[in-house]
Design a protein around this ligand. Structure first.
Ligand code: LMR
Length: 333
């Protein structure tokens, strides 16, 4: 009796050892946007590549659309290790204490994706990611989304049209200042709450790349969209450092390769996705799309670029100068 129960115990142990040897390492990847967006598609692509390259040793579970965590919660969950991987917007690192990331929010600082890439693919990009380490976070890559446009229920041609409007922004002090520079009222709010806030009139308008606007159906509750392209929105893909450092080195290498491929994919599709979303918004007929004239655009540039200097104390003059140097941006005198 004794022997048989001992044998049974040993067998059970052996079986569970085999089972655990076959259990994949699970990486929970949470994000706040829809699946059919540049970030949503890139996250799914990464999950697929990770499974392929590790031959099933890693299973990346992607939770889109704030189904697992909202903006602020996801950062806290990452630090606690409750979730392993995120790709928050670069405008959401201020509350973590890494204010330098808000350099990406400065209006008109990047004249297109190529200029932006001189920063994200260069030394400045690396140095910024390194600032996450003391927070227990490892930065793996930058993924593009695109350039933001303003929307509201009233027409927007010049900055004066936004005066006094309540505009939703992400959690960035630079964006707060940007909205104030327009004489409007910034309202920080989690991405998951924006649609309802627009629908109920809690806010009058917002700014986002068109892919976010369209996939959250914001165009159904915003009558006017003006293609201002006044600022960039992109992502840092980040992991819990302790979790990442604890991965077997061969697995880590395979995941790094998967990330390189996912990053290439993300940055290839970002513009296309935004262009297609714009077409879809047009087709819906629910929103009037307006392209500012040269003069109207100049008025936005004039109203918004003083934010660069105003935010020097927050972001750090060196970081702003380093970005100017990488992109060739020359501030107006
Ligand atoms: C937003 O909150 O508007 C964006 O950061 C959402 C996102 O992740 O693209």
């Amino acid at each position: 009796m004794k022997i048989s129960s001992l044998l049974f115990g040993m067998l059970a142990c052996a079986l569970s050892a085999t089972a655990s040897a076959q259990q994949p390492i699970v990486i929970k990847f949470s994000h706040v946007v829809a699946q059919n967006t540049p970030k949503g598609k890139a996250a799914d692509f990464f999950a697929q590549k990770a499974a392929e390259l590790t031959q099933g040793k890693v299973k990346v579970e992607v939770y889109p659309n704030s189904t697992l965590y909202k903006d602020k919660e996801e950062m806290e969950a990452l630090q606690l290790g409750a979730v392993h991987m995120l790709a928050p917007s670069l405008a959401k690192f201020g509350p973590l204490g890494v204010k330098e990331f808000e350099v990406f929010d400065l209006p008109y600082i990047f004249d297109g994706y190529d200029k932006l890439h001189t920063v994200t693919n260069g030394d400045v990009g690396k140095q910024l990611l390194a600032k996450l380490e003391p927070k227990g976070i490892r930065g793996l890559a930058y993924w593009d989304n695109g350039f933001k446009s303003f929307s509201a229920n009233t027409p927007i041609k010049t900055p004066a049209d936004l005066k006094g409007k309540k505009l939703r922004i992400q959690s960035s002090k630079v964006l707060e200042e940007q909205i104030r520079a327009l004489g409007a009222l910034p309202q920080m709010m989690a991405f998951s709450e924006v649609y309802q806030a627009l629908q109920t009139g809690v806010v009058d308008g917002t700014e986002n790349p068109i892919s976010n606007l369209y996939t959250q159906k914001m165009h159904e509750v915003q009558k006017h969209l003006t293609l201002t392209d006044h600022g960039y929105l992109g992502y840092a893909v980040i992991v819990n450092k302790k979790f990442w450092d604890g991965l077997p080195s061969d697995v880590k290498k395979q995941l790094e390769d998967a990330m390189v491929q996912a990053t290439r994919y993300a940055n290839q599709i970002a513009k296309v996705e935004n262009d297609e979303s714009l077409e879809a918004v047009k087709k819906s007929g629910k929103t009037t799309i307006y392209t500012p004239t040269k003069e109207e655009r100049a008025a936005f540039v004039k109203a918004l670029t003083p934010v660069h200097q105003k935010m020097e104390g927050r972001i750090g003059k060196e970081t702003i100068q380093a970005v100017y140097k990488a992109t060739g941006f020359v501030p107006a005198k």
